[in-house]
Ligand binder design. Structure first.
Ligand code: ZN
Length: 67
């Protein structure tokens, strides 16, 4: 089991690489969500609060890891 640093859930499937730093391993659901977030932002729309929170957590994690 791995723990996803973006959504904090444990997952057993193969990790995917975050597009936020192209290094950090995250769960498949978060990988898909990151792609969706980029589309939403490109469209100039606001993210749902829960999604924004996961994005903020990911940015903080990357900063803490010094990547
Ligand atoms: Zn996740």
């Amino acid at each position: 089991m791995r723990k996803c640093p973006r959504c904090l859930k444990d997952y057993a499937e193969r990790p995917v690489i975050s597009r936020r730093d192209t290094k950090t391993e995250i769960c498949t659901a978060c990988g898909l969500e990151e792609a969706l977030v980029d589309l939403i932002r490109r469209g100039g729309r606001q993210l749902p609060e829960i999604v924004q929170r996961r994005e903020d957590r990911m940015v903080a994690f990357i900063r803490r890891a010094g990547r």
